[in-house]
Ligand binder design. Structure first.
Ligand code: TRP
Length: 339
């Protein structure tokens, strides 16, 4: 049995570089990463190869956004002194593990994954699903297990992917006759999923409902102005609904002054608090959160080579870790040292 009881627990998580990161990422996973990085060994993966699974015709989009995502990481407080940031496509052991793992999952199981089903629908693939897309949970299993991660901070939509990872882990361990790979647990935020500005669906760049971590004050104002409140709340003096009111959902997520928010809710319900004043508070709260991130990001963006250097160093270190797991797995599956 592996001697890992006393080792620092490992975190692995990642993002497809399909665009800059937004407040949904912040609530869903970035906040957890920042909080956990000092007490854990953390790897964060820029998942460019996974990005290709639904952007096969648009590889430039993925390439362009690798640096954008790195800028977001560093600006938001993911600190390379604690966290290893690495580039998925440059770590060939991950692809090799994926090929091995594909034998320990069935096509029927891949098609049953509820997240994949939703994403296939959202992307309008119909019956023309790229094989790489259907199989990306297997590649993600490779990402997680390669680093011996036991914790994966993600949004709740990723939970079925972690479950599938653990099924693969159990099958391979069973085949190997020892605990060669570790099962992992999703770390999901208590607050749940942040809705888009319209209140429908989650915050997502594809639906134009995102507030980016790099948003200007004007962009924050414009997004908050469009936010769904309570259509029955016509005059400031009317009683209004708090449930389903996106402005309150955001205040719950971002306003550190919980008592003040409770007070605003009571006033809104009673009548006497207008949408304009309510939205102004949210603009201020979001500006307080985003302004320092925006400034750090702008400063970092002036030195793109330094940012890429962080990625380069992190990738170099990650290759060694992933290769070790690949070697062990190859041996366990009787694929090593025959020639
Ligand atoms: N699937 C994640 C996303 O869509 C990205 C990702 C790739 C990931 N590999 C991972 C997340 C490993 C957690 C663990 O953004």
């Amino acid at each position: 049995m592996r001697d890992c009881e006393n080792a620092t627990p490992v975190i692995l998580t990642g993002d497809r570089p399909t665009g800059p990161l937004h407040l949904g990422h912040y609530v869903g996973t970035l906040k957890n990463r920042i909080e956990m990085q000092t007490s854990h060994r953390q790897f964060v993966l820029v998942a460019d190869a996974q990005g290709l699974t639904d952007n096969a015709d648009n590889p430039d989009r993925i390439r362009r956004n690798v640096i954008e995502v790195c800028l977001d990481y560093l600006a938001v407080g993911i600190d390379p002194a604690y966290t290893t940031i690495c580039l998925q496509s440059a770590i060939s052991a991950l692809s090799e593990l994926t090929v091995l793992y594909l034998n320990y999952v069935t096509v029927a199981r891949l098609e049953r994954n509820p997240t994949i089903k939703d994403e296939i629908r959202a992307r309008g693939f119909g019956r023309d699903i790229p094989a790489g897309f259907l199989c990306y949970p297997v590649a993600q299993a490779a990402d997680i297990t390669a680093f011996k991660a036991t914790l994966v901070p993600v949004g709740d939509d990723q939970v079925p992917i972690i479950e599938q990872t653990n099924e693969i882990v159990r099958r391979i361990n069973c085949q190997a006759g020892c605990e060669i790979l570790l099962e992992a647990k999703a770390v999901v935020p208590k607050i749940g999923r942040l809705p888009g500005v319209s209140g429908e669906g989650k915050m997502s760049k594809s639906q134009g409902s995102a507030i980016y971590l790099s948003a200007s004050r004007a962009e924050i104002e414009s997004a908050v102005r469009q936010m769904y409140t309570d259509p029955g709340h016509l005059r400031a003096s009317d009683p209004g609904k708090v449930e389903g009111n996106v402005v309150f959902t955001y205040l719950d997520a971002f306003d550190p002054d919980v008592d003040a928010v409770a007070d605003l809710k009571a006033r809104y319900r009673r009548g006497g608090l207008g949408d304009v004043a309510l939205k102004q508070r949210l603009v201020d709260v979001l500006e307080t959160l985003i302004a320092p991130i925006r400034e750090r990001r702008a400063a970092l963006a002036r030195h793109p080579d330094d940012v890429l250097d962080v990625l380069r160093q992190g990738t170099k270190a990650s290759k060694i870790t992933a290769q070790q797991t690949l070697d062990e797995t190859r041996e366990a599956l009787r694929l090593s040292a025959l020639v």
